[in-house]
Design a binder for this molecule. Structure first.
Ligand code: HEM
Length: 418
């Protein structure tokens, strides 16, 4: 029904990334949902791989909550505090979301993106035009952390490595099995987040109208809320975007769309939307069943766990096809649905648009090939450890004018694949 492996090369690479990140879980989940899209797996919870049922769960907080005992939100409360959106429900959540409605207005998104992505994207384009290899993983990591750096008010001179180290440190603390943090883990997470929260505190105190945290202060958002929010934005906004871009680049290469002339027929917004559907970087999200209920034919008891398998729910026949609209239950499902719908979606889209446009522009002029790629092993968010591209005319004689790596084989003899 919803098998992990698809027939096309882009789907096969996506499956490989999922299996490499979660070798055991991916097999268990794939087997469980291959017969029924809503199924109970003892010890794990009720798995949902159907887009309509996924949407039902995400848009019904009275039956399926993100807070409370054993929820994913509760995991973060000791680290981030009580008020970080992702551990809230009901009136308080709604009120905080409303107070943040301008956080990522189109003006703010443009300013953040210009400041953060602009120089890095231009430098990458120049490298490609000089015939050099560009690691898209590195580019996306730097852009996404620079963007969050601007949002939280980090000093512009702070090297990207500082935030990247903090992001990696936190991610390494969480796996599918993590239900709570012990005191030592809470202390480690807080110390990793200090760089972000201290920056947010200074920006909040300065109350400048040209910083995100300054504007929040002027709107009356408290210092505690601003500190917590900065950490939440950092946690949610770096790994997702940095994993998405290389996976979208991989899809473009596998579909043969990084050749001169190929990309011109694609609208960049369509490419990003279809790329996000295909890659769905937030693999799954959790809810707690609030009271006994029925879901997709499965009876559930109070406090049972629902695992909404977003990546599985967004599969469909035919693989990556920019321009094919994802409507109905699929619409934007990669950003969730309902009251917890991704707060940072406008910023994520702008960052991805900036980087994808650059790749499509260079590919339109000279063609791009994937010169090497490698799946990351045993990571929380499935991703490439490396995915380098270069212009088509560059490389050893036998590789000239090659056509990406549609079958997953690297073009460069020295490159490794998972
Ligand atoms: C491609 C990139 C991204 C993807 C795929 C993504 C996906 C998601 C999903 C699926 C949810 C809902 C989770 C649930 O319902 O349990 C979510 C929530 C959230 N996202 Fe994103 N996200 C991305 C980028 C970002 C960025 C860049 C930021 C911030 C700068 C951000 C901030 C948030 C926040 C704060 C929430 C929690 C909202 C709430 O609970 O009310 N995300 N995201």
């Amino acid at each position: 029904m919803r098998a992990l492996a698809g027939a096309d090369p882009g789907s096969r690479w996506e499956s490989r990334l999922i299996r490499s990140a979660h070798p055991v879980v991916a097999r268990v989940v794939d087997a469980a949902v291959s017969g029924r899209a809503v199924v109970r797996v003892p010890g794990v919870g009720v798995l949902v791989a159907d887009p309509a049922v996924a949407r039902t769960v995400l848009t019904d907080p009275d039956r399926f909550a993100k807070n409370g005992p054993g929820s994913s939100g509760a995991l973060w409360t000791p680290v981030l505090g009580e008020r970080v959106l992702l551990n809230m429900e009901g009136h308080e959540h709604h009120a905080l979301r409303r107070s943040l409605s301008d956080l990522f207005s189109s003006r703010v998104v443009r300013e953040v993106c210009d400041a953060a992505a602009g120089p890095l994207v231009q430098a990458a384009a120049a490298s490609l035009r000089r015939g050099e290899d560009v690691d898209v993983v590195r580019l996306a990591r730097e852009v996404s952390s620079a963007a969050i750096g601007v949002v939280v008010g980090l000093d512009r001179d702070t090297p990207p490595a500082v935030l990247l180290r903090a992001s990696d440190a936190i991610e390494s603390m969480v796996s599918w099995r993590t239900r709570s943090f012990d005191d030592a883990a809470v202390a480690r997470a807080r110390s990793a987040l200090a760089v972000v929260q201290d920056a947010a505190e200074s920006a909040h105190a300065a109350r400048a109208s040209d910083t995100v945290m300054g504007r929040l202060a002027r709107q009356g958002v408290s210092l505690d809320d601003a500190r917590s929010l900065a950490a939440a934005l950092f946690l949610t906004g770096t790994g997702t975007v940095s994993c998405a871009l290389p996976r979208i680049a991989g899809q473009l290469a596998d579909a043969g769309l990084l050749t001169p002339g190929g990309p011109s027929s694609c609208d960049v917004d369509d490419v990003v939307a279809e790329g996000l559907r295909m890659t769905t970087p937030s693999l799954a999200t959790l809810r707690r069943c609030v009271r006994a209920t029925e879901l997709g034919g499965v009876r559930m008891g109070a406090d049972e766990r629902v695992v909404v398998l977003l990546w599985w729910a967004t599969r469909r026949d035919g693989g990556f096809e920019p321009g094919r609209p994802a409507t109905g239950d699929l619409r934007h499902l990669w950003f969730g649905a309902g009251s917890h719908f991704c707060l940072g979606a406008p910023l994520a889209l702008a960052e991805l648009r900036a980087m994808t446009s650059m790749l499509l522009d260079v590919a339109g002029e000279e063609g791009l090939v994937v010169s090497s790629r490698r799946a990351a092993r045993r990571v929380l968010v499935p991703r490439y450890a490396e995915l380098t591209v270069r212009t088509q005319g560059v490389g050893e004689p036998g590789e000239r004018h090659g056509h990406g790596t549609g079958d997953g084989r690297p073009l460069h003899p020295a490159s490794r694949s998972a």
